[in-house]
Design a binder for this molecule. Structure first.
Ligand code: BTN
Length: 326
């Protein structure tokens, strides 16, 4: 915590020991244990300890440091080095019917899950994989807006932590430098008796540092190019998203979502959504707007208009067929 606050600057062993009320020997042991966990801490006793600026190990302390006090009061934070899937962990936690928001963050997922039954490649040390589990306080009819809120909140968080501007591809992918750098998977936990959504899970995976993604995640996958603190980003995602999910009022995020959309005005192809796509290449249309409910307004070549509420699209950069992107 003290090193995180003073990232890049030396803090003497005696100062750490004094503020924690422990011996200098205990500080030395704790520093060694942090180093073993992957934190880059330079210096030593006598010279002071410095948490290197480029050290980007995920930690509960580092994340808590960035979460604003009012938000922190509402959440239980769980941080893992590795886990099967943070969304799966959220489902396991839902069994205990938590009254507070559960925030699960992992450095790696061995069974990361994507939309449409796909997997989400989640290698160690380069991305962050976050799930929020919460009991909705908004009407169930608004639940579909959660994904849009998460996309806008994550793009805002990336911008405020790194200055990098992402684009939002309907419905919930974030793009940076023409590549997908973030995917969002929203799930509901339905009560057997209540038959309504008792809990919602918003899972967000962000590729932060360069990693070899091509083989596992496809040509379309990219990253934010590094130079970003994953702890700060995870915290900022919580700071941005949690106020929005209280009432899911589109006024809090839809304008930002539209401004950062990379599909409005584009020629697209539509997959799924009950549309029978001839030869699997999707149905061509033009995206004309996004409604306050998060639906995609499209116009077909025969002039017919429709609002899509589910499905997937790809952007046609020309009129030739494009492959569906992951
Ligand atoms: C997609 O692009 O298809 C959605 C990907 C969602 C990935 C995130 S990572 C955190 C959470 N845990 C999972 O297993 N999946 C989501």
């Amino acid at each position: 915590m003290i090193l995180e606050k003073n990232r890049g600057n030396a803090v003497s062993g005696s100062r750490i020991a004094m503020s924690l009320g422990v011996s200098r020997n205990s500080v030395w042991k704790a520093i060694n244990s942090l180093r073993k966990d992957g934190h880059v801490i330079e210096g030593g006793s006598g010279r002071g300890y410095v948490l290197a600026r480029e050290s980007d190990a995920l930690s509960a302390e580092g994340i808590s440091e960035g979460i604003s006090k009012s938000i922190a009061a509402d959440i239980d934070l769980h941080v893992f080095d590795s886990i099967d899937s943070t969304n799966k962990e959220a489902k396991r936690l839902a069994i205990g019917e938590p009254s507070r928001i559960q925030m699960i963050v992992s450095d790696q997922q061995t069974e990361g899950r994507g939309r449409m039954g796909r997997s989400f490649y989640s290698p160690k040390g380069s991305g962050i994989y976050i799930s929020f589990l919460f009991a909705p306080t908004f009407p169930v009819s608004k639940a579909t807006l959660a994904t849009g809120a998460a996309a806008a909140a994550t793009a805002r968080a990336i911008s405020s932590v790194s200055g990098k501007q992402c684009q939002i591809k309907w419905v919930n992918d974030l793009y940076y430098d023409g590549k997908k750098i973030c995917g969002i998977l929203t799930e509901g936990v339905t009560g057997i008796e209540s038959r309504t959504i008792d809990y919602m899970i918003i899972g967000i995976g962000i590729n932060c540092h360069p990693a070899d993604l091509k083989e596992q995640a496809g040509e379309n996958a990219g990253d934010l190019g590094g130079d970003i603190s994953r702890n700060a980003l995870a915290a900022e995602v919580a700071n941005e998203l949690l106020p929005l999910i209280k009432d899911l009022d589109p006024a809090g995020f839809m304008e930002y979502y539209r401004q950062h959309s990379n599909v409005i005005g584009e020629n697209i192809r539509i997959f799924g959504s009950g549309i029978s796509s001839r030869d699997g290449e999707g149905r061509p249309a033009t995206a004309t707007g996004i409604t306050d409910n998060g639906g995609l307004e499209v116009e077909y070549s025969d002039g017919r208009k429709e609002v899509l509420t589910s499905g997937e699209i790809s952007i046609r950069k020309d009129n030739s067929s494009t492959r569906r992107t992951k």
